[in-house]
Every structure is written in C-alpha cells, then in structure tokens.
Design a protein around this ligand. Structure first.
Ligand code: AKG
Ligand code: FE2
Length: 384
C-alpha cells in the first residue's frame, strides 16, 4: 500500500479493486437500486397515499366501472388508448418473432419450466400437446362444421370480408372437441399436463367459459390489443381470474397468423398488476421485449394468464390458420362467456354424452330431483 505523495491526506490510500470488479459491483448496485425504485413506484400506485376513511366514504361505492364519475376503471376502458396500435405495428413490421428472443418461452414438456414461463411472461407453451393425427382429426371436424354453418347462413364471420370464421360452442359439436376440452389423452396427448397447470392457476373444479374454433384466412385475424379479463374493475388481485388456452392446429408464425402478446405485461415480480389507473401502458408495448408474435409449431398448446396484453395477429399468407380457443375460469365464476351459449341449450342427445366433469365445467350438472337437507322435511307441505 503506497502513500500518495501529492495528496494532502496522510496515511495509505484505500485499496483499489481491479477495474472489472469495480464495474461489475457498480452494475449490480444499479440493478438493485432499479428494483427498489420499481418496488416503491408500484407500492405507491397500489396504495394511494391520500386514502382515508373520509375520502373513501365520500367517493361511495366504486367497485364497478361506469356507475359514477369516481367509479373504479375497468381494464377495458384503460385499453381503449391502444385502439389501432396492433394494426400500426403490424403494418410497419414491428412485431417481433418470439423465437428470435432467446429468453422467451419455447415449447417444453418440463412442467417446472412451464410454470416458470407462465409466472414470468404470462404464458407458456406445451410442446406436442396434440399429435399430428389428433390435430388432423380436430381440423377435419372443424372444417366440416364451419362449412355446414356457412351453408345454413349461420356462419359467424369475424373479420371484414369473411376473412375469419368462428365456430362457437364446440362442446356441442363433436366428441373430439369435448375430449380435448376435458384434457383426455385420446384427443390431446399432453392433456394431463395442461390440466395440471390449469389446476395450479385456477384451483380444483375450474369451469369452462367457452370453447370455439378459430379459422383465420389470408388478411384476417387481427384484433385490438386487449386482456381476457378486461371487464373486471381494477385493481386486480395478484393472480388471474382465468386462463385462455389456444390449441394450435396450424403452425403459428408471423406469416400464418400468430397471437401477438406483450410478454410480462400481466404483473410485476411482487404480484401487483401492471394495469393501474394512470399507468403508462405504452411503456409495456414499447419496452423490451414489446409486442411479439408467439411462434410455435402445430400441436403446441399456449396457456395464457387472463391479465396478459395480447391480440389475434393478421394472417399474411394464403390459406387458413386453424386453432381451438378455450377459456377457463375459477369455479365460482359463472361458466359463461360472451361468445358461448353452450350451457343455455344442450340437446338431450348431447347431454347424455357429456361426462360429469364436462357438466360441472359448464355449470349444468343434473338437477337433483330428490329434496335434500332441510328441504326434504318440507316435502308434501305446501308453501306460498
Ligand atoms: O386467436 C388468437 O390468436 C387470439 C384470439 C384472442 O385473443 C381472443 O379471441 O380473445
Ligand atoms: Fe384474447
């Protein structure tokens, strides 16, 4: 240890670690400070500092959107600012291919990896969830059904100029779909993996919101950026209400049409939601990795957190992208979806074929004709 002769300080100079170590140490410090800042920012947003009983009582009941000027905002309203954005980014070639970003999920069968991907990025990809033969059987039935519906003028065309078709209520339209919806290996070879993951996400006895076929032709498929629980008022609890899963019947890529997502837009590391009143959501879309097309081969099953920012992507190539989309909910959420009427009328012959689990998932378990509990005591006695 040397004395600095030019320095007015007496005594030895402090030891200087080598340059690389210093830089590494400083970098580490910056990362920690950034994390701390982010934590503080999120905490501040989640708990308004001016909250008091007086102001809360004055605001009244604000648990739902659109009922007073102070109403809690739904993400749906917050997301209006993204109107036109997916189109603009798609047209200017700014949607990235997920396979080119090395840290994003790739198809996997390792359930620990799938869980980690789901937590970090808001989605995961189950590899070879359906075999080519299973995919073929489903597409065959879907194409048939879609043609029959068009023939009867009942086809649901979802993009301008008939560039996409939705085939609703698949549980009523073929055993291949029913079996996939309840994860039977006969219809989806890795169905049990998907089932286990969904049970971890939503708990036992989760319900079915909808199961529909999606056919996207050249030029069709593009949607506005949205989340699949957009009607829920903010703020969200640190978990999703449900999960939309997409069985890829075709290869998903930029030309074929793929789901666009903003990986990691569903939550922060501490569990709080990214969707806050006043949050800069553009920062998510413009940040890293930004808007990405989830690219994966046919047979993959994409599981998504219903808080993740995403939309259908446009198919640019000739031909058709096929998929089945199923929305599942926690068991206490009414198993209906705006696109599903499957539970409102089930033809008797189909009802006979539904498994107990499917009936439970759809919320249409048989009505018990035998009075139970306190009701059985009343049997025979008339009440007005
Ligand atoms: O089909 C897709 O790629 C995504 C569709 C979607 O996000 C939806 O229908 O909510
Ligand atoms: Fe969606």
């Amino acid at each position: 240890m040397e004395n600095d002769k030019n320095s007015s300080t007496s005594g030895p100079l402090p030891a200087v670690v080598n340059r690389d170590e210093t830089v590494a140490g400083l970098r580490n410090e910056i990362v920690q400070v950034r994390e701390e800042l982010e934590r503080l920012r999120v905490q501040q947003a989640a708990v308004p500092s001016n909250a008091s009983w007086e102001t809360e009582m004055e605001q009244g009941i604000v648990y739902t959107d659109g009922h007073s000027p102070t109403s809690s905002m739904s993400a749906g309203r917050l997301l209006k600012q993204f109107s036109g954005l997916s189109k603009e980014r798609m047209k200017s070639g700014q949607i990235r291919d997920s396979r080119e970003i090395d840290y994003l999920p790739i198809p996997s069968v390792d359930e620990a990896q799938l869980e980690a991907d789901f937590i970090r990025w808001g989605y995961c990809l189950v590899k070879d969830a359906m075999s080519p033969e299973q995919v073929r059987a489903q597409v065959e039935r879907l194409v048939d059904q879609a043609a029959a519906e068009r023939l009867r003028n009942a086809g649901i065309m979802t993009s301008a100029n008939d560039k996409a078709q939705l085939v609703n209520n698949l549980v009523l339209k073929g055993s291949v779909f029913r079996d996939a919806v309840e994860f039977k290996e006969s219809a989806a070879q890795r169905g049990p993996t998907v089932d286990r993951l969904l049970t971890k996400i939503m708990g036992e006895g989760f319900g079915l919101g909808c199961a529909h076929g999606s056919m996207v032709h050249e030029g069709g498929g593009l949607q506005e950026l949205h989340i699949d629980q957009g009607g829920m008022p903010l703020p969200y609890p640190p978990f999703p209400f449900g999960s939309l899963i997409i069985w890829c019947y075709s290869d998903f890529d930029l030309a074929n049409g793929a789901t666009y997502v903003v990986p990691g837009s569903h939550r922060h590391a501490n569990g709080t939601t990214s969707f806050q009143n006043g949050a800069d959501l553009f920062q998510l879309v413009n940040g890293e990795p930004g808007l990405v097309a989830v690219c994966a081969p046919a047979g993959t099953c994409i599981l998504t957190d219903t808080r993740i920012l995403h939309c259908g992507g446009r198919r640019l190539a000739p031909g058709t992208r096929f998929a089945m989309r199923c929305h599942y909910n926690r068991h206490f959420i009414r198993p209906l979806h705006e696109q599903s009427t499957a539970n409102l009328h089930v033809p008797n012959d189909v009802y006979q074929k539904l498994s107990d689990r499917l009936k439970q998932m759809m919320g249409i378990t048989d009505n018990n004709q035998t009075p139970v509990g306190e009701l059985s005591v009343n049997e025979g006695s008339d009440s007005n």
